[in-house]
Design a protein around this ligand. Structure first.
Ligand code: ACO
Length: 450
């Protein structure tokens, strides 16, 4: 055994008196294999995993690593974008409470805030809005590309492919370290996501595509592209337009969730933002992430009536099923977005009529919030629990639910992408592994294999 001593002052071995150690914000670790002790710097409530590497049993030892499947306790970046206190149920974008933004802001203003760090002035918002609505058209060839999908293709599959295809239309997007080029791709991505989504929807119905209308708001235009029939001018119902805008605000960012980690991870290879956004959209598609609201509706329909909720909860507790729309990796309290969504649900029901599944949802929530299984595991409704009911009442088929999420989350993905690119501490994402497979063995010819 030949324990290595670190030369780094930050990670030098512990020698200081104990009263100074506390002031030095460090962690003293004793390696019981060697008896060696190490002083690891603590910064922002973290130690650097790379500082563990100095902890070795001998010179040939690779050094200690941290093992953290699914990143349960690993910060992969520093960020100034979104703050979540999962225990208290708090969500802030750039320091602004989600409740204030949902009440007083618009999605485009919130997108500006996420990407630029500050709320825009009137002029900045006008310019931002102008540029985004002047990038809503998609190339006619993208339209033809969408035409190639089967009539029952899931719109998320179409969306993922079409966003990736945009990369081939905008080769300038490769200039990721050119601020002007990035600005242009940002306008394009935020502008074109609703157009692609709406075209995917119309394709599934076999209906002609509706081109963007620059006179309408961002959500209003989206509703136009989805639902316009023979009207010369489509006027979105004001309550639905606002409800959709608020839902977009609530979904705009959520720090290092699965799809955002995909965005950062894929973009860390310096690929263009369209390909990275396609990867993030793919991550969002999964039923444990953005696909959950689709699953919630299926679950509520499966339960069938409020009277059958206790029986369903029993199956969940028996490990047979998951209660979709419940639980969250970060929130161990009521998801603040779910509270706002529940309110919006009633506003939409006032205009469109009540969704019959709401009684089942309310009963699920009531029983779960009182049940020891859910209470002890801190399982509360998440943002997806009520969104599906709203979307369905607004006339969206379930397959469109994750698509709506992807449109909204695009601004968050972009904000995180830019932050990652400009962060001098970031490199290509490349986790380590603990290899536990076979040791070296001789090649076995085909005829000798069992
Ligand atoms: N129904 C029943 N039990 C659950 C649920 C649920 N929805 N969620 C978690 N649990 C249980 C787990 O079985 C586990 O129990 P155990 O300790 O007896 O083994 C315990 O609660 C802890 O759960 P984990 O799986 O460790 O929690 P994790 O952080 O890994 O998962 C997740 C979070 C994926 C969101 C999970 O709660 C889940 O699958 N929920 C349903 C899907 C869903 O609604 N996803 C949307 C999330 S929000 C979003 O992405 C926008």
């Amino acid at each position: 055994m030949n324990p290595q001593k670190s030369a780094s002052s930050e990670i030098a071995q512990a020698e200081a008196p104990s009263n100074l150690k506390a002031e030095r914000q460090s962690l003293t670790v004793v390696d019981n294999r060697t008896g060696q002790s190490y002083d690891l710097a603590i910064q922002n409530g973290t130690i650097k995993a790379i500082d563990l590497r100095q902890i070795k049993t001998d010179a040939d030892d690779f050094g200690l690593m941290s093992y953290d499947p699914a990143f349960l306790n690993t910060a992969a970046c520093t960020s100034k974008i979104t703050f979540i206190d999962g225990d208290k149920g708090i969500l802030h974008y750039r320091g602004y409470a989600i409740e204030d933004l949902a009440e007083r802001s618009t999605y485009l203003e919130t997108a500006y805030l996420l990407i630029h760090g500050e709320l825009p002035s009137r002029q900045q918002l006008d310019d931002w809005t102008y540029h985004i609505i002047h990038h809503t058209f998609i190339h006619e060839s993208v339209k033809k590309f969408l035409d190639g999908f089967h009539y029952d293709a899931h719109p998320m599959g179409m969306m993922i492919s079409a966003v990736a295809a945009l990369s081939t239309f905008y080769p300038d997007a490769k200039q990721i370290f050119d601020a002007e080029s990035r600005r242009k791709q940002i306008y394009r991505l935020i502008g074109k996501m609703p157009t692609i989504a709406a075209f995917a929807y119309r394709h599934s119905l076999g209906m002609p595509y509706v081109y963007p209308d620059n006179d309408l708001s961002y959500p209003g235009n989206f509703l136009n592209m989805l639902f316009r029939m023979t009207e010369l001018k489509y006027r979105p119902p004001a309550a639905l337009e606002r409800a959709l805008d608020v839902l977009f605000i609530l979904h705009a960012d959520h720090e290092q969730n699965c799809s955002t980690s995909a965005m950062r991870g894929v973009a860390s290879s310096h690929v263009d933002p369209y390909c990275a956004t396609a990867a993030a959209t793919a991550a969002l598609y999964g039923p444990l992430h953005g696909g959950a609201n689709e699953e919630v509706l299926r679950m509520l329909a499966d339960i069938g009536s409020a009277a059958r909720v206790p029986e369903y909860i029993k199956r969940v507790k028996g490990g047979e099923k998951k209660l979709m729309g419940f639980g969250h990796r970060v929130y161990k309290n009521y998801d603040p977005r779910a509270r706002i969504v529940k309110r919006i649900a009633y506003e939409v029901f006032d205009v469109m009529g009540c969704n019959e599944l709401i009684d089942i949802a309310l009963e699920v929530e009531r029983i779960a919030l009182e049940d020891e299984y859910f209470v002890t595991r801190k399982l509360y409704p998440n943002v997806d629990f009520y969104t599906g009911l709203i979307y369905q009442t607004m006339g969206f088929p379930v397959t469109m639910f994750p698509v709506l999420f992807a449109i909204a989350r695009t601004s968050g993905w972009i904000a995180q992408w830019q932050e990652m690119l400009l962060d001098s501490e970031q490199k290509i994402a490349r986790p380590r592994q603990v290899y536990r497979g076979a040791g070296l063995r001789g090649y076995v010819p085909m005829d000798d294999r069992k």
